[in-house]
Ligand binder design. Structure first.
Ligand code: ATP
Ligand code: MG
Length: 289
């Protein structure tokens, strides 16, 4: 099975993760904006080649899950990281409030039907993790989920963690490489970005009053994130908690983790055996007339 690459932002697998200790800013000695951008470019170049190989190899698929508070930069990171790869090999899905059709299924259904095929990269902008984040902070959402049993708020989150772990382990056993990124923005940086969205007319569309409501539950969200990352970061489906207060740094870190993971898979172009090679040479003769 796939094994996570080490990295300073890798969330430990033993449940020791603490939101309070997770950095929202780059380290003091981190390279500056310009260097981050160069690094991102290099990573994107390499990702382009690795993606081609992933596609030709056709055994693994890559699932990138992005979760974050509003304005942490999910969309921009997805755009930056994917800017270089062949659009035919990558699909992005955003998950919002579930539709009636989605609510007619179990909570893993809507994402499961959108998982990437072998050889492809799938990106989830939000995911089944909303089911233990926004739904946990607002348990009233459970009321719409048509659950057949009495809801036991004491145990339901632990049960869902177990469902998610089992699900991801199953995916890993079958060749899916699941990387999960929590873009960890500070409350103060979010405030600044919301203010920018209000002040700059061309950013107004990005802001909604519900963003402020969610922000008012900040501590509840942080508590939910902490338990989620503790319960679901595993060797075969790691979480990375990436400082998000500097966008160039965050993007470079995310790209580097993706590239290093892809490198670690030992991807190779399929080789052609002697017989097939001989057939190709025959074709060549035919084509050359
Ligand atoms: P943007 O960056 O454009 O604001 P977004 O991902 O925040 O993108 P919105 O339409 O603003 O998109 O928000 C989607 C909302 O749907 C979020 O508040 C999210 O928590 C909520 N949501 C996602 N999945 C679920 C779920 N399973 N149950 C309830 N709410 C959900
Ligand atoms: Mg939003």
């Amino acid at each position: 099975m796939f094994e996570a690459i080490g990295n300073e932002y890798l969330v430990p697998f033993d449940g020791a993760f603490s939101v309070g200790e997770a950095a929202t800013k780059p380290p003091e000695d981190a390279p500056g904006k310009k260097k981050n951008k160069e690094q991102l470019e290099d990573m994107i170049d390499e990702m382009r080649d690795l993606q081609r190989m992933l596609f030709a190899h056709d055994k693994y698929s890559l699932l990138l899950v992005f979760q974050a508070m509003d304005a942490a930069g999910k969309d921009g990171t997805i755009r930056a990281v994917m800017s270089g790869v062949n659009p035919a090999g990558v699909q992005v899905f955003s998950f919002k409030v579930p539709t009636p059709e989605e609510l007619d299924h179990d909570f893993l259904w809507r994402t499961t039907v959108r998982l990437p095929e072998r050889g492809r990269i799938g990106i989830f902008n939000r995911s089944y993790y909303e089911e233990v984040l926004v739904v946990r902070v607002n348990p009233k959402f459970l009321g719409y989920q048509k659950l057949p049993y009495d809801i036991d708020l004491e145990n339901i989150w632990e049960e869902r963690f177990k469902s998610i772990r089992d699900h991801e382990k199953h995916l890993a056993r079958n060749g899916m490489v699941v990387l999960k990124f929590w873009l960890n923005v500070s409350k103060e940086e979010q405030r600044q970005r919301f203010l920018d969205r209000i002040e700059e007319p061309e950013k107004n569309w990005k802001f909604s009053s519900s963003d402020v409501e969610v922000r008012s539950r900040w501590d509840d969200y942080m508590h939910a994130y902490e338990e989620v990352l503790q319960a679901t970061s595993r060797l075969w489906a790691p979480w990375y908690a990436i400082p998000a207060d500097s966008k160039p740094y965050m993007r470079a870190q995310v790209a580097e983790i993706i590239v290093k993971t892809m490198r670690s898979l030992g991807l190779a172009y399929p080789t052609v055996d002697e017989k097939a090679r001989a057939e190709l040479l025959e074709m060549k003769e035919v084509l050359e007339g």
